[in-house]
Design a protein around this ligand. Sequence first.
Ligand code: SF4
Ligand code: SF4
Length: 466
Amino acid sequence: MKASRYNLFIPIQRSDTTLGFNCRSAALVRFSPEEMELVEHVLSAPDSDRAFAELPAELQNVLTESAFLLRDDEDEIEILRRLNHRARFESAHLGLTIAPTLSCNFQCQYCYEQGQTVDMLPETEDALVSWVAGKLENLKALYVTWYGGEPLLAQRRVRRLSEKFLSLCHRLNIPYHAKMISNGYLLTRDLAAELKALHVDKVQVTVDGPEKVHDVRRPFKNGGGTFRKIVENIKQVHDLIRVVVRVNLDKTNIASVPELIDVFVRDDLYRKVSLYYGHVMPYSEFCADVSGSCLAVDEFARNEVLLELKLFKAGFNAGSYPRPRSGFCIADSATGWVVSPDGKVYKCWNDFGTQDAVAVDDVVHGQTEAMRLTLEKWLGWDPFQKKECLDCKMLPICMGGCPYLSFRFYDGTRGSCPTWKYNLQEILLLAYLRSEVKKAETSVARAVQHVISHAVADEEETEAKV
Ligand code: SF4
Ligand code: SF4
């Protein structure tokens, strides 16, 4: 037997407990001091097979099932490499992000699409459906993310395309799933019901702080506020469609987040929506002017922990947890594509509408040689060629991070390290805290149920005697 290279052990200060986490299985296990002594012994023993055989059976199961211990002949990097290759080149799912328009009714401070107004034409819509039908051959599911601009400004196009995709998937007897990234301003209850019928089961809406902060960062085109309308819409639709609230953070709004959380608690939304924090980055020239206010990844990571703790204390159904992944995003998958309203196909969401972005295909005019070479560049992105990534414990939960950032900002020895690199221990401690509270709630609920059923039985017995 041998120790996994992806083990982390976190002693909990002022307690006798140690948490063990394995980045490949994502198992989080609590060890008592006696168990930890045995675990340390078996992980470092020269004759680990013998040390393992002497462990109590329960501990043996925990260590092997959670992948803290492996057979000597298992090569973890090779296993990950194969998973990654399969996810990239052998996925059975077609994943599309489609912008039916680049128009938007907001004028966000950090927007990189900067007032572009390209809408999808009917002939592009037809060409897109044929292109999708071709790509779906031999695949087993279609996933669409509606994006923009603001996709609800192109409702008719979303409706028509959804109906065509549904009928295509019906004909092929494969499932169709969709979600939407919207600013939430036009998301009425009727519209949410209609989206749901078109298989859109989740909408992500951005709220960047309490009213006074959000309205400065995400004003309407005419400068008016948008916060109240968005929050009202969330209240109207959350029982019809799953709502995920994204809060984009930079130096200028981070201090106001606790106030936003208080608003969600006051409005009784905190158990009805999920909320997560997004990191505003200087992704393109268009938003280079916000680079001075962007948080560095380690700064963002520190704040993320504090703000997740705030969410936990407020009672939100939220909190991140590192999961193993086989690829990173649409950009490193051979079956993932981003389609702009003019029919150009890209590999990355950041390429929408940016001047220097290079398409990898065109649903109307077909793929050129230059596009094919660009596609090769994206699909050639490989964290297993990066020395720091190969030596890094985070590899199974990170897979080299965002390929776009890596191409743009890093030097080739590593990918773009995500926040886990800086806050994994704290995030795991928080996850443990959440699970303990949940367990306590469940056992209290069980105890209450037990007391009630006994009380009811006693009462029935008394009645029967009378
Ligand atoms: S490459 Fe990065 S920015 Fe582009 S889609 Fe993937 S995660 Fe997003
Ligand atoms: S990108 Fe950074 S965190 Fe991710 S595997 Fe590479 S070195 Fe580790």
